[in-house]
Design a protein around this ligand. Structure first.
Ligand SMILES: [Zn+2]
Length: 67
């Protein structure tokens, strides 16, 4: 199972109800179209939380790159 980065729900990554989005080389899975849409509007908002919490190693890079 994967976590929906928007609402933190557990999503089956083999059949995500909201589809998936690739961002910073990582795939994100969504529980609904609404969550996917929210993510696509402001991906940094959700992936920065992921970086603090679950910390995919490369998610720190864009922060450094922007600053
Ligand atoms: Zn969701």
């Amino acid at each position: 199972m994967a976590s929906d980065p928007v609402c933190q729900k557990q999503v089956d990554e083999t059949n995500p109800p909201g589809g998936k989005v690739r961002f910073w080389g990582k795939l994100f899975f969504f529980c609904s179209e609404a969550c996917r849409s929210a993510f696509r509007h402001e991906p940094q908002k959700f992936t920065s939380e992921t970086a603090e919490g679950k910390a995919p190693p490369y998610s720190k890079v864009p922060d450094d790159w922007r600053s």
